[in-house]
Ligand binder design. Structure first.
Ligand code: ATP
Length: 244
């Protein structure tokens, strides 16, 4: 299945990506496109290779085979800080914020690798408008915040890099339903502001609700790809991934 994007230049292209940990193959030949302005989601069950894919885009893991192209430039093999400079920022799974630093310091660190340091105050205002809870807690040590607040901080910190492409790894993990809704609303708003999003989620139903297109991974292989709305109404998908 492919899409009517043949003429358009993708923002991000993965071609035949293979990633292994020693002898364990985690991603086995993934080809994926993210077009400018899209929200694309990568879904699949535990161990499908979703986080590995994001980590490889960010340069934290090297592909064994295949290529990663961002804005027409090969980025596989580049160190992470170069990749961040080119405009890709990741909010990692598991709330990896700096626990002993304040919320404000965490946000400042997010902007550390930015080429243009102009507009930092405006960008901080923007992320604090997206996440008003952080605004009330600017001087609080990040490690003393609730899990949901830390998750918001991880997303806010990635946004402070003013990325062209935001990579989100399970932003809804472990959150109460009301916060899950808030996070997904915020992802829509982030896209409205012009940031393209690649979203990894186990909460497939919520991810398909916010995304334009989706890729379904199974044991490192691409099982399906399609419009998020069609996948959400596909009985086979519902049975396998949505608990339907
Ligand atoms: P989940 O939804 O459970 O987070 P995932 O789809 O993100 O799963 P990955 O974390 O990418 O899956 O893992 C893919 C495969 O690679 C799994 O079999 C996992 O055990 C293996 N794997 C991941 N990280 C490592 C590592 N550091 N060393 C060895 N194997 C790893």
């Amino acid at each position: 299945m492919s899409f009517a994007y043949a003429d358009a230049e993708p923002l991000l292209a993965l071609d035949d990506l293979h990633v292994s940990y020693g002898n364990i193959a985690a991603v086995k030949g993934l080809t994926l496109r993210v077009m400018p302005g899209e929200i694309v989601t990568l879904i699949g069950s535990n161990g499908a290779g979703k986080s590995t894919t994001l980590r490889t885009i960010s340069g934290l893991q090297r592909p064994r085979r295949g290529t990663i192209t961002f804005q027409g430039k090969r980025i596989d093999g580049l160190p992470t800080h170069e990749i961040v400079r080119l405009g890709i920022a990741q909010a990692p799974e598991g709330r990896r914020i700096f626990p002993r630093m304040s919320v404000r310091e965490n946000l400042e660190l997010g902007a550390f690798l930015r080429q243009d340091q102009d507009g930092l105050a405006a960008d901080q205002d923007y992320v604090l408008t997206l996440f008003p809870r952080l605004n009330e807690r600017l001087e609080q040590k990040a490690g003393t915040m609730s899990g949901g607040e830390q998750q918001m901080l991880a997303v806010a910190r990635a946004l402070m890099a003013r990325p062209t492409l935001l990579l989100l790894d399970e932003p809804s993990m472990g959150l109460a339903p009301v916060l899950v809704e808030l996070i997904f609303d915020t992802i829509s708003r982030i896209r409205e502001q012009g940031t393209t999003v690649l979203l990894v989620e186990q909460n497939a139903l919520a991810a398909l609700g916010v995304a334009d297109r989706a890729y379904v991974l199974e044991s490192g292989h691409l099982k399906l790809e399609g419009r998020a709305a069609s996948l959400a109404s596909d009985p086979e998908i519902a049975k396998a991934y949505l608990g339907g």
